[in-house]
Design a protein around this ligand. Structure first.
Ligand SMILES: Nc1ncnc2c1ncn2[C@@H]1O[C@H](COP(=O)(O)OP(=O)(O)OP(=O)(O)O)[C@@H](O)[C@H]1O
Length: 275
């Protein structure tokens, strides 16, 4: 099995309208792959087809060597899924729900270890309904990984997290990735994609409009730099030269000097602009 995920010419229509309009994708084993795109771009539809929860109209799809259009129980046990809305069991405690889910898989992780991994040890005895939104999200993630999946799908995993919890969550995902789990995530947070992903794909109106390393996406690394200082700003291919000229002009320290390249967000917004 060469790739964890291989997709060719994937399409999906809703009432004759193409929500996914010919997507090709290859995701390697052990890779963290982020799918970005505006609301309605076709991200969830694509991911749900890969998860085996939605039928495609055409195209070839292989996920962990099998066709997700014909999911088997054994195949499902190798995949972890964290959806936007969580499994609702408000009266169970964190430990109870983890123990229950652990019984569904042939090679589960120790429930207490997983609770520790997501930072919920102190809340392990609390009922789900007593948890904050961010804590519930961590339960979702814990349930997604308790079966020791080879491939983990995360749909907007950190929506509603405070900045500190988001960073802790990123550490958790990086740890899973280092342990060899392949991770596919959708997110609206560009910083999240940049921090976590080896590669990103930007989907707009059902098509991939750019794909690659987040640090070089859309020509980002070679784009013109912007040099700004107290009373001026220019875009240039030769920022070093500009800074040297400015330092002569100011005879030393340049007031409020900054040299920047386009952020991932700048590139992303350009990519999804209606043409
Ligand atoms: N079950 C459905 N029936 C009809 N149309 C649908 C259905 N699910 C999605 N769509 C439409 O397909 C398009 C793609 O939707 P999808 O949910 O895949 O987008 P998305 O990129 O995941 O968006 P978001 O960021 O809002 O989650 C949208 O125009 C949406 O309205």
């Amino acid at each position: 099995m060469k790739h964890a995920i291989q997709v060719r010419g994937l399409t999906k229509l809703y009432s004759g309208v193409e929500a996914v309009a010919g997507i090709d994708l290859e995701i390697e084993h052990g890779e963290v792959f982020a799918i970005l795109g505006p609301n309605g771009a076709g991200k969830s539809t694509t991911v749900e087809i890969l998860e085996g929860y939605r039928k495609r109209d055409s195209g070839e799809v292989s996920v962990l060597g099998a066709d997700p259009g014909r999911p088997t129980r054994q195949w499902r046990s190798r995949i972890g899924i964290v959806l936007q809305t969580n499994a609702d069991a408000p009266e169970l405690t964190v430990r109870e729900i983890m123990r229950l889910y652990a019984t569904y898989y042939p090679d589960s992780r120790d429930p207490d270890e997983v609770i520790e991994m997501v930072g919920l040890t102190e809340s392990a005895g609390k009922r789900i309904r007593q948890l904050s939104g961010g804590q519930r999200r961590r339960v979702d993630v814990a349930l997604g990984v308790v079966g020791r999946p080879q491939l983990l799908f995360l749909d907007e995993p950190t929506t509603g997290f405070d900045p500190e919890s988001r960073r802790r969550f990123w550490d958790l995902i990086s740890g899973l990735a280092h342990g060899g789990t392949t991770i596919v995530l959708t997110t609206h947070y560009l910083e999240e994609a940049e921090t976590l992903a080896d590669r990103v794909a930007v989907i707009s109106r059902g098509k991939i409009v750019a794909e690659g390393d987040p640090s070089t996406l859309g020509g980002r690394a070679t784009a013109k730099a912007r040099v700004t200082w107290a009373d001026g700003s220019i875009e240039t291919d030769t920022p070093t030269e500009t800074v040297l000229e400015l330092s002569q002009r100011f005879d030393g320290e340049i007031p409020e000097l900054a040299v920047t390249r386009p952020s991932l967000e700048d590139i992303y917004l350009r990519l999804i602009e209606p043409s």
